[in-house]
Design a protein around this ligand. Structure first.
Ligand code: ACO
Length: 321
């Protein structure tokens, strides 16, 4: 049995926050942010617009494209670190009810920015036991986790959702391979202290994200080509066989460094962080959907994805579309 991506969909909130808007209240500039990250603007969820609302919109688009009815789904997985509720219910349960996926199990998966890649692999495994289609969503309201006075971090993130519908088929190819990894350290380079059991000494009341940006940057560049290379080698393929690389949209400079290491032209990498920013677990599925709609992913094309984030977690997907 092979598992194919039968449809993609995404949703970005209406409100756009530009670097110039941020520079009105922060000691920063469009020049600094763009030259350090490749980001010009990001979308921000409206007051009252929750992660589940964005997920439902992306899901509806992916289901329509796949021609799958909600009641046919065997599972709904939402990869998120910013679900509607801190603990429970799962955002996936809210989405399952709203879209009418009456026969599906539903749960959230938290692996920070790598969440969508993790969820896709979990869904593929589920389908070996029960071949009904699975809806995999990455959805984030990152704006709710940020300290908007911290120029080191708040300039990086945006809100949004992306979704794919996975379908089982006897037709070969589809998702060829995946890799999941974790490099959890004693001093995590990215922490959000909000609402967990641990009181963080550096943030006793919670509500702030802390990040050692340089450590994440160096880690990302290291695992980027290594993850893709390992998947390709297992199939007797090389970087030259790839038609597109759809990576986590954290920072254009990470992707440029990876392109140099892989000796591949930058044109082979899909970039949308310019207008979307880092949407964490939503980043890869939004980028996949935009790449499909832009005609950058064609039937038969070989696509690699790689994601990395807090944990530090990382993962990759190799897909023959
Ligand atoms: N505007 C102006 N100056 C700034 C800003 C800003 N927005 N932010 C930082 N600076 C300053 C710093 O204060 C520092 O000043 P100093 O030298 O006087 O101390 C200087 O710019 C350089 O700061 P660095 O942090 O060294 O800048 P760097 O080039 O490393 O870029 C960045 C920072 C953009 C965060 C980068 O390290 C990065 O993108 N890292 C990866 C982050 C990432 O991918 N995270 C994903 C995980 S998130 C998750 O999983 C939820």
């Amino acid at each position: 049995m092979f598992v194919h991506i039968a449809g993609t969909g995404s949703y970005l909130p209406e409100k756009v926050l530009t670097n110039d808007d941020l520079a009105k209240t922060l000691d920063t500039s469009d020049e600094w942010i763009f030259s350090h990250t490749g980001i010009h603007s990001r979308h921000i969820a409206a007051d009252g617009e929750e992660t589940s609302d964005m997920a439902v919109k992306a899901a509806g688009r992916a289901l329509a494209e796949a021609g799958v009815k909600p009641e046919e789904l065997g599972g709904v997985i939402v990869a998120t670190s910013s679900g509607d509720y801190r603990s429970f219910p799962a955002t996936a349960s809210l989405v399952q009810a709203r879209i009418g996926a009456t026969n599906a199990g539903a749960f959230d998966l938290q692996a920070a920015c790598s969440g969508f890649v993790y969820a896709t692999r979990v869904a593929q495994g589920m389908m070996q036991l029960d071949p009904r289609p699975v809806l995999v969503i990455g959805a984030e309201a990152m704006s709710r986790l940020l300290d908007w006075t911290d120029r080191n971090i708040c300039i990086l993130f945006g809100d949004g959702a992306g979704a794919v519908v996975l379908k089982a088929s006897d037709e070969k190819d589809g998702i060829l391979d995946s890799i999941l990894g974790s490099d959890g350290g004693s001093v995590p380079p990215v922490i959000s202290c909000t609402g967990g059991t641990k009181v963080c000494p550096e943030d006793p009341v919670g509500g702030k994200m802390h990040m050692n940006g340089r450590a994440v940057f160096n880690f990302a560049v290291k695992i980027f080509d290594d993850t893709i290379r390992r998947m390709l080698e297992r199939h007797g393929l090389t970087f030259d066989d790839l038609s597109l690389i759809v990576a986590h949209q954290a920072n254009a400079r990470i992707i440029e460094a990876a392109a140099r290491r892989m000796k591949q032209p930058l044109e082979k990498f899909f970039l949308n962080m310019n207008t979307v920013g880092n949407t964490s677990a939503a980043s890869v599925p939004i980028a996949l959907d935009e790449a499909v709609k832009a005609g950058r992913i064609r039937q038969g094309g070989l696509v690699a994805s790689v994601a990395f984030g807090a944990g530090l977690s990382y993962g990759g997907l190799l897909i023959r579309w």
